[in-house]
Design a protein around this ligand. Sequence first.
Ligand SMILES: C[S@@+](CC[C@H](N)C(=O)[O-])C[C@H]1O[C@@H](n2cnc3c(N)ncnc32)[C@H](O)[C@@H]1O
Length: 456
Amino acid sequence: MERVYTHSGMSPPSLDEPFNAQDPAEALRQEPEVLDAIRNIVAAAAQISATVCDPMRVAVNTSHAFHISSCLLAASDLNVVEILREAGPKGIDATAIAAPSNVDPGLMARILRLLATHHIFREVSPGVFANNRISSTLDKGKPSGVLFSNRADRLTGSSGVAALVEHTADIAGKSGVYLSDTLLNPTGRIPFNVAYGTEEGIFPWLQGPENHYNVSRFAVAMQGTSATEPQDMIFQGMLHSCFTGFDWGQLPPNGTLVDVGGGIGYTSLTIAKKYPHLRVVNQDLDAPTDLSKAYWKDNFPGHLDRKMVEFQVHDFFTPQPKTEPTVFLMKYILHDWPDDQAMVILKHLRAAALPNTKLVLIEKIVPFASAEDVVASATKHIPGASRPTAESPLLPNWGAATADLYLYDLTMHVLLGGVERTLEGFWDVLAHSGWRLDEVHHCPGSQLSHLVASPI
Ligand SMILES: C[S@@+](CC[C@H](N)C(=O)[O-])C[C@H]1O[C@@H](n2cnc3c(N)ncnc32)[C@H](O)[C@@H]1O
C-alpha cells in the first residue's frame, strides 16, 4: 500500500481528517494492489490482536460490544456529526454538543469517548470532540439547525449512510438481543417479533402509518448500502482480465429491466442513467413505490418524461404482472427470506420469464471460515464461482476483513429469518425454482456479487 501511494506522490487518507470522496487518495484505495493490501492488513491486524490479547478480556469486551452500536446510534440520532462539522477541526466541548438536544453533557462526553476509543470521532482535548474520517461518513449534509427543526425529514437527500447505521443499530440492535431467547424457547418467532411485540413481518410492519419515519429511513438506508460500495459496482469492468459485473449495455434498445423489490429504485436509476435505452419497471410495496416516484422525479426526470419508467405496486409472493422482461433484477431481496419463501419469489419470476430472460441477483456470497472443499462443490464448473483464499496463517476468508458478510447474515436472521447464502445455497434455491446459475461476477472492492441465471 505504501509503495503504491509513494509511487503516486500521495499519502493514504488520514484517520484524523474528515472523509472526502473527491480526494484522489480515496480513488487510489480502489486499485487492485491496494485493495489486496488492505484486505491483508485488516485481517492480519485483527488476528494479531486476537492472538496477543488476554482471552478473557476479549470475550468479556465482546459481550459489551452492543454499546458501540447503541452509542453510534445516539450520536447519529442527536446530529453530533453535523454539529462537529460546523465546529471544524478544533472541535467543540460536550456541553455545546449536548445543548441542541438538551441531553446531559457528561453522558454525551462518555458516549463520544467510547466511540473515540474505537476510532470513531476524536477527543482532541479533555471533553472536546471533533469528527474524524469514520464519523464524518455519517454527515447528512444539512445544517444542524435544519436537522433539529425537522426531524421527520432529517435523512432525506443524504448519502444514506447515517440512515443505514441508524436503521441497523436501532431495529436490528433491539432485535438481536433476543437471539438466544428465540433459540432456547423455539416458538417459530424470530427475534424482531419478540423485540417489537408484533406477529407481523418487518415489511408489513413498516407499512403501518405509525412507522412512516421508519419506512422512509429504511428506503434511504438502502441507498446508503450503495454509498458503502464502489460507485461503478453495478457496471461491468475488468480486473485481472476477468469481467467484474453484468453487462447491462448488451441489453437491446427498449429492453425491459424489472427491478423486483426495487425500493426507491436507486439501482435501476443508476443503470438507466448510463443506459437510457432501457425501460425500467420498478416494483415494490405501496409506501416504497411512492418514495420511488419522488426519487426518480428528483434524480432522472427525463426517463419519466419519456415514459421509460413505470412504478408497479406488486407483492413478489404473488404472480408477476405481464412485463415482457429482458432482465429481472433483484438486489438485496433473496437474503431477506428463508429458502422456502425465496423459492416462492423465484418461481413467480420463472413463470413470467421469456425464454431469453435473464435473472440477475446482486447479493453477498458468504465463504466458509475454513478452507473450502472445491472438489465437492456443486458449483465448481460455474464461470466465476471460485474465489481466492487468504494465505496461512490468516483465516482463509480474511477474517475481520470480511466480517460484514457474517454481520449482515445475522442481521437478516434477527429481522426477517433471512440468510446471506453460500454459493451452494444460491445454487440450490435457484435450481429448485427453475433457474440455472450460469455465471458469477465478483466485484472488486465490494462484498457484492452478481449471480446471473437463465430459465431451465
Ligand atoms: C433490502 S430492500 C432492497 C431494496 C432495493 N432492491 C435495493 O437494493 O435498494 C428489500 C425491498 O423489498 C421490498 N419488499 C418486501 N416485501 C415485499 C413484497 N412482498 N413484495 C414486493 N416488495 C417487497 C421492501 O419494501 C424493500 O424495498
